[in-house]
Each structure stands twice: as structure tokens, then as C-alpha cells.
Design a protein around this ligand. Structure first.
Ligand SMILES: Cc1cc2nc3c(=O)[nH]c(=O)nc-3n(C[C@H](O)[C@H](O)[C@H](O)COP(=O)(O)O)c2cc1C
Length: 320
């Protein structure tokens, strides 16, 4: 094992989009960027995955909607967001000023809402120009949120629906198209194959795991809606296993997330077959975690003489 005395190649291709490095910030944990601009060098990120955008503004579910559990966090935010018109008018100008790729997380209550949202954004920002970073560089279809009554996870558990929605959105945009998968299914590889058949450029996995916590003093659930989505270190082994299964099933890149808090966590995902990763819940306790993780991955690659990020999965030694 010989160490590397030059910078490793960290670029990742997601369809038409080249990420400068593999470390992104996960949807819903970094707002639309502005909220973190004084704390983090956003331009140094591999990608910013925005909070979900829906057609109408949503105030979200009633509180309490966050509770800490052993090594985890249950949330039932309910996709609170300002809605499509405010996104177009207020968020896009700010996103345009960023130097890192921006992927907009899209959520709908009906199939047609996904296409309506992407169509409206495309109309506002125009066709992508070769080599130019736009205010929006791709879309992540949230077909996997457990915290809403309609849409979200209900779509992501049916392979036919996943393929159909992906195909419809694909027809509208030439920008990178990522489908976000739920672990709350029998066979996540089947859902990933459906996204690939619908011509997604990548899949991201995982969204949160359905969870519940109960206060035995009051005999009530600790979040108002009862169940919510579990995130944080508690779900990392689930995420790594999902990425491993999905990466063996599809040919498109897999973006891994779930419980990543340090470089070793990210490397677990990269060894399991992820081409890139996202950091979510860890940002709440350490907003600089994504950039620290990036440095840690670079150091690991340099020490092991790994020149290219895409060589990492081949280092995984799976017992035969
Ligand atoms: C407070 C909160 C809000 C979230 N909002 C969204 C969202 O709007 N869209 C989405 O696709 N995922 C959302 N997620 C899921 C995360 O993007 C991520 O898939 C999940 O939390 C697992 O990663 P982590 O363990 O690193 O947080 C949210 C998660 C949290 C904790």
C-alpha cells in the first residue's frame, strides 16, 4: 500500500452533472442553504439537496414533531416548506449565487404534482448550458417520505408507480434526475430497478425508517402524529445494507445516506458501493460535519494510495 502525494480525484458523475466531490447535505437538514451560510463554506460541498418543494406551502404536522431516541432522531415534520411560487421567487435567486451543485428535492401528493413542479422550475430557469452551473442542477424525487398522509412513501413502495413518475419527469428535464428510495419496503432493489427503468440518473438511499416512541408517564406517543421517520446513527447499518443491495442490482450510481457522522461512516457507504453520500441529522449537532467528512475521506484515500473515488468499491473485501 503506497501513499499518494497528490490530491485524489473526487469527482462523481450523476448523469449530465459532475459533482466536485462526493459529500452532499441531505434534504431537510440544510434548508435551502441560506440558513447555514454563516456557518459553513457551502461552495465547498459536493452538492446541496434542498428541503422538499411541494406545490402549495405546507406548515407541516402539528408539534411535537421531533424526538431523540437512542442514537437517533424521530421526525414528523410533514414536509413543511414555502411552496412552489415562493421557491421560484425567493429561493432560486439565492441558489443561483452558490458555487456548489444544487439538487432540488421534489414532493407531490399526486403523480402530476411531481411533473408540475419540475416543469415550473424548468420554465423559470431555462435549458441547461454546457458546463454552466445553474441555480438548479438536478432534481431528487422524494418518493419515500413516511411523514405525509398522501404521496411520499405511498408512491415509493410500488415499482410501477416509481417507474411511471420517473419516466414522466425524465421527459421534462435534461438535468440530473435522482430518485430517493425508502427502506420501508420488502425489496429495495426492485424499487431501484424501477427508477432505473424510468431513466433516472441515480438513486439515493435511504430516507428515514418508520419509527415510534412512547412516553410511559403520559401513555402518549412522543410525537403528535404517532409514527415518524427515524434518522441518525441508529439507521446507518440499514442504509449501508440497502446501498449494498441496490448497488449490486442497478448500473446507475447510488447515493448513500443514513446516519453518516464521520469519514469512517461515509467510507462504509462508499465501500458498499455508493458513488456519493449525503450527511443529514449529523449537521444538527455539527454543521461542519460534511466538510470534515470530506477531509477525512481524502486523507483515507491519500494514505492508501487510492487515486480515484470510483476505485473505492473495488477495495471492499466480501468474504466468499
Ligand atoms: C428534520 C428532517 C427533515 C427531513 N426532510 C426531508 C425532506 O424534505 N425530503 C427528503 O427527501 N428527506 C428528508 N429527510 C430525510 C433525510 O434527507 C435523510 O434521508 C434521512 O434523515 C437519513 O439520513 P441521516 O440519518 O443522515 O439524517 C429529513 C430528515 C430529517 C431529520
Amino acid at each position: 500500500m503506497e501513499s499518494l502525494n497528490r490530491e485524489p480525484d473526487l469527482r462523481v458523475r450523476i448523469g449530465p452533472l459532475v459533482l466536485p466531490n462526493p459529500v452532499g447535505v441531505a434534504s431537510g437538514t440544510f434548508g435551502y442553504g441560506q440558513e447555514y451560510q454563516d456557518l459553513v463554506d457551502i461552495d465547498a460541498l459536493g452538492a446541496l439537496y434542498t428541503k422538499a418543494v411541494s406545490i402549495d406551502p405546507k406548515s407541516g404536522n402539528r408539534p411535537p414533531r421531533l424526538v431523540e431516541t437512542p442514537s437517533g432522531l424521530i421526525n414528523s415534520i410533514g414536509l413543511a416548506n414555502p411552496g412552489l411560487p415562493a421557491f421560484l421567487d425567493e429561493k432560486i435567486p439565492y441558489l443561483q449565487s452558490l458555487g456548489c451543485p444544487v439538487v432540488v428535492n421534489v414532493v407531490g401528493e399526486t403523480e402530476s404534482e411531481y411533473t408540475t413542479i419540475v416543469e415550473a422550475i424548468e420554465k423559470r430557469i431555462g435549458v441547461p448550458r454546457e458546463g454552466m452551473k445553474g441555480p438548479v442542477d438536478g432534481y431528487e424525487l422524494n418518493l419515500s417520505c413516511p411523514n405525509v398522509e398522501k404521496g411520499g412513501m405511498a408512491f415509493g413502495t410500488e415499482p410501477e408507480l416509481v417507474e411511471r413518475i420517473t419516466r414522466k419527469v425524465r421527459k421534462i428535464t435534461r438535468r440530473a434526475l435522482v430518485v430517493k428510495l425508502s427502506p420501508n419496503v420488502t425489496d429495495i432493489a426492485q424499487i431501484a430497478l424501477a427508477a432505473e427503468a424510468g431513466k433516472a440518473d441515480a438513486v439515493s438511499c435511504i430516507n428515514t425508517v418508520v419509527g415510534m416512541a412512547i412516553d410511559v408517564k403520559t401513555c402518549k406517543p412522543l410525537i403528535a402524529r404517532g409514527i415518524g421517520g427515524l434518522s441518525g446513527p441508529a439507521i446507518r447499518p440499514i442504509g449501508v445494507a440497502c446501498v449494498w443491495k441496490v448497488a449490486r442490482a442497478v448500473r446507475i450510481p447510488v447515493i448513500g445516506l443514513g446516519g453518516i457522522g464521520c469519514a469512517n461512516d461515509a467510507l462504509e457507504y462508499l465501500l458498499a458501493g455508493a458513488s456519493a453520500i449525503q450527511v443529514g441529522t449529523a449537521i444538527f449537532s455539527n454543521p461542519r460535519a460534511p466538510l470534515e467528512i470530506l477531509e477525512g475521506v481524502k486523507t483515507w484515500m491519500r494514505e492508501r494510495g487510492v487515486e480515484k473515488l470510483k476505485d473505492i468499491p473495488s477495495l471492499f473485501r466480501f468474504p466468499s
